[in-house]
Design a protein around this ligand. Structure first.
Ligand code: FE2
Length: 423
């Protein structure tokens, strides 16, 4: 007897009328029109069953703090960092935990069941680290929360910065972070990349650095990150986040850089909602979009994922844990409007992001965890176009969230029927 049988589902690879069987939290069969006894049978009605969404870049210690102690008037990255600096001394662990848990509830409702969150290690108290480790423990049954030790104020600019990161790792933080473009000089930035990659190699950790989140075309720390990845044998374990300077780089240099990134196996994360709002702020017109070269990186063979980065915090006052909104914005900003481009945007918030996080047992194949979302859309393209309703969300076969199918009743004068229903 199966625990769960989902019938008549469309799958991300384009197959329709498929059945997915679940036993003991894992997928045991993916076959056309399967009939087998099950404790629960769900008719997917032809809608898309997708592996759950994955956010590979977020800041859960700052989320839902919008307006505390004031809003970011200029909308710049630097005012956001300054504002976060004002807020930090007033932070209490309980309040961070409460806001993070509230955000995790939003995430589950949106089918977002894996999140990589940076956590600021600049303060020697490691208050935010302790708070998010507690959150990680509390949500472990429903969200894979991976934490990155993130020296927001610069590992070399902060007294004791490296020691704080090491202590964060000792406490259970998973990934080594960095912010080379925020160090005092280009040379210090490069030195920070080297130092932090060496630490990751020594500790057997993954790396994810905020890298070149700037409109400065000469901010080239991604080059050093790719080099150190190769030198230390960290291929496949390193990610460069943001990489917005690549938007402004000279095309000739970019033509050298992209193959170097591909060769190093470094993944790149764009954060479309944040990049389009924070970058280009020093421009008059035309204003740069500021997002990294997503399609070109993908074409070069680089694993590219999209992150949400911020929701209602000092840097961004919008957001709702909706990774389809992220994909939708990424599609527009990067002009990924071809059929393949749209499909690539869907992958950027699912399989590519799962690859960044090294998620095991992710996907819709036999043996994978039965952790998926049923969307009110027929395929991946419609899912992004509609930022589709999440009808049901399962984690290891357990139903975590359900939202009724949305229909709109139209009553139009001078039309044949009185009421028309539109999904
Ligand atoms: Fe970030």
């Amino acid at each position: 007897m199966l625990d769960l049988l989902i019938k008549n589902a469309s799958l991300p690879d384009g197959r329709t009328d498929m059945s997915v069987a679940v036993q003991g939290g894992r997928i045991t069969a993916v076959e056309p029109a399967l009939n087998a006894p099950a404790n629960e049978v769900v008719d997917a009605g032809g809608y898309l069953l997708s592996p759950h969404f994955v956010d590979p870049h977020f800041h859960m210690d700052a989320t839902l703090s919008y307006g505390l102690p004031r809003v970011n008037e200029s909308g710049t990255l630097l005012e956001g960092i300054a504002l976060w600096g004002e807020l930090k001394p007033t932070l209490k662990a309980d309040a961070i935990i409460e806001r993070a848990l509230a955000y995790c509830d939003w995430a589950v409702a949106k089918g977002l069941l894996a999140i990589r969150s940076h956590v600021d290690t600049s303060d020697a108290s490691l208050l935010a680290v302790d708070a998010l480790l507690e959150v990680k423990k509390q949500v472990a049954h429903y969200i894979d929360l991976q934490l990155v030790a993130f020296p927001q104020d610069g590992v070399l600019r902060t007294k004791g910065g490296l020691d704080n990161i090491k202590r964060g790792l000792d406490k259970g933080v998973d990934v080594v972070g960095g912010i080379p473009h925020f160090e005092r000089t280009m040379a210090e930035g490069a030195a920070s990349v080297k130092l932090l990659c060496e630490l990751a190699a020594e500790r057997g950790k993954l790396v994810d650095m905020h890298c070149d989140e700037s409109d400065d075309p000469l901010s080239r720390h991604i080059e050093t990150l790719a080099f150190e990845t190769q030198r230390l044998g960290l291929q496949g374990r390193v990610t460069g986040s943001h990489c917005t300077s690549m938007h402004s780089m000279d095309n000739y240099y970019a033509s050298k850089l992209l193959p170097l990134i591909a060769e190093s196996g470094v993944s790149v994360i764009a954060n479309p909602l944040i990049n389009i709002t924070l970058q280009g702020r020093h421009d008059s017109y035309p204003k740069r979009r500021g997002m990294t070269r997503g399609p070109e990186l993908m074409a070069a063979g680089v694993n590219v994922a999209f992150g949400h980065d911020c929701v209602m915090d000092p840097w961004y006052g919008m957001g709702s844990a909706d990774m389809l909104e992220v994909a939708h914005m990424g599609l527009h900003v990067a002009q990924m409007t071809s059929q393949q481009g749209i499909l690539d945007c869907f992958d950027a918030v699912t399989v590519n992001a799962a690859k960044v996080m090294h998620l095991k047992s992710y996907g819709l194949a036999v043996g994978c965890d039965a952790s998926f979302v049923l969307l009110q859309a027929r395929d991946k393209i419609e899912a992004i176009r509609l930022r589709a309703n999440r009808l049901k969300v399962w984690k290891k076969g357990l139903l975590l969230a359900a939202t009724p199918e949305v229909t709109t009743a139209l009553r139009l004068p001078n039309r044949p029927s009185d009421t028309r229903f539109m999904k």
